[in-house]
Design a protein. Sequence first.
Length: 305
Amino acid sequence: MHSINYNLTGTVFDIQRFSLHDGPGIRTIVFLKGCPLSCKWCSNPESQHIKPVIMYKQADCLHCGLCITACKIGAISPRNKGFINRDICTGCGECVNACPSGALVIKGRTMTIQQVVKELKKDATTYRRSGGGITLSGGEPLVQHAFAAELLKACKAQGWNTAIETTGIGTEESIETVIPYVDTVLLDIKHMDGEQHKKFTGADNESAKKNAPRICQISNTVIRIPVVPGFNFSAEAIKDIAEYAKTLMGIRIIHLLPYHSFGENKYGLLGQDYELKDIKPLRSEDLAESKKIVESLGFQCIIGG
Ligand code: SF4
Ligand code: SF4
């Protein structure tokens, strides 16, 4: 095992314990900030920007103006859409410190590898007993690839099982530094058509297609398809992805993730519009046909996961 730089810092926006859906056993999920995509259905829009972001809960605001005084660059005004001018906000957090009511919350903090590992150790016994471990998520963990790799190395040094949720979009360097330390890759494939991919996620799928074969070569990989009406909820789109998965090494399992709108309220807190507000969430039974298509191509198919 290579030496580990426990002082390396990264930007983390959440650490969630006792997860059952993001790899084997009971897991702790470390959410890293930064993503090359901005999927219209993203349930963690606060993860997309690499810098910390401020969420504003208008219902809790006392309209005292203390945050306006605290902000040295004038990013806060009742005249701004969503209260904060996010084009100039640096994420310094001074307004959050000044707010007496908790109406402002900062998402994203700088942590060292040592600090994250200390947090993860709280559940070490649970990982061992349940066959679980830690999962890196985001955002896209490959964005902070040096931090992600170092954190995974530190987890392996503890003997913990590791997993990563990724779009596979990243540089060659990010793949080669991170994936060798991952036991299970949960690889999101959203659409095989580049134009449709771009329309709904903000970027095409060229990088994902380039990296997927290499990821599958290095690590045990499970494909996950977020199934979204109006985007890829069609026999053709699901079949295209499953046929592509046939070309990748060692894929046996495909998860279909029914569209949900759990993150919708966060968009308002970030001063953004949720574009899919008219789309109804899918139930597991809505994906019965999609499941049959995936199974007909020889995969085990799990709805949810
Ligand atoms: S985080 Fe800093 S820059 Fe952004 S609104 Fe608050 S005080 Fe201003
Ligand atoms: S400091 Fe908090 S309570 Fe006061 S105006 Fe700002 S957000 Fe509202």
